[in-house]
Design a protein around this ligand. Structure first.
Ligand code: ZN
Length: 223
């Protein structure tokens, strides 16, 4: 029995996404694609595309969207993607009083935990709107802040060719690219984008994989 249990554990470990063990961003060229505002109608298509390409990404989820699409959130996690908190109502946080900011963060933590079993360790402020007070409150909620090195403005471009060009222009080693899985053109452009990024030698990893060795700390801003 014990031997069987051990075998089962070993097998379970070896069947983990290969990247979790093998991609070392200190040695290879890594890039983190991040998708905000979901889970949305187009998220399942994106998940299929990422899976097919063997790419991992990071999703910053909106609490009320998670309540609408719990299964999609669960699927993202099951496929080895990382999940972060993007507030409950996609509110701009800096004008809000402390209590409301904490509420936005904590309600989303609960929604994500309820849907996926995971309590996120990172959050991204909507509109990139943040300050020291928001960061401090995020720390209280046990969350690290994750920003980006390049934003595609995909919600404005809404054109597959332009979005692809923006990602390729912004891609750099250890970069963090901001996109939206709720923008249909982004999801549509993704097969081509992934193909080109891989051709250029990028390993597409989650934010925690990218930051491995630094460890995400609550109340600290990355990258
Ligand atoms: Zn957003």
């Amino acid at each position: 029995m014990v031997i069987h249990a051990l075998l089962a554990v070993t097998l379970a470990m070896t069947s983990l996404p290969a990247q979790a063990k093998t991609v070392d961003c200190a040695r290879v060229k890594c890039l983190a694609l991040t998708f905000d505002d979901g889970p949305g109608v187009t998220t399942p298509t994106l998940l299929k595309t990422l899976d097919k390409a063997g790419a991992k990404a990071t999703f910053f989820l909106v609490g009320k969207q998670v309540e609408l699409r719990q299964k999609v959130a669960r699927q993202a996690l099951a496929q080895g993607h990382a999940i972060g908190n993007h507030t409950y109502s996609h509110a701009s946080l800096t004008p809000l009083p402390d209590g409301q900011i904490l509420d936005e963060l904590k309600t989303t933590q609960s929604a994500i935990q309820q849907a996926t079993g995971l309590r996120p360790k990172m959050f991204r402020p909507p509109y990139g709107d943040t300050d020291d007070r928001v960061l401090g409150l995020a720390g209280e909620a046990g969350l690290a802040q994750v920003m980006w090195t390049g934003t595609t403005l995909d919600w404005q471009l809404r054109d597959t060719k332009k979005i692809k060009a923006a990602v390729l222009r912004l891609a750099k080693r250890n970069g963090v690219i901001l996109m939206h899985d709720t923008v249909p053109a982004t999801v549509k452009a993704m097969p081509e984008i992934l193909k080109e990024l891989k051709k250029r030698g990028y390993h597409l990893v989650t934010v925690p994989t990218l930051l491995r060795g630094k460890r995400l700390q609550a109340g600290v801003s990355y990258p």
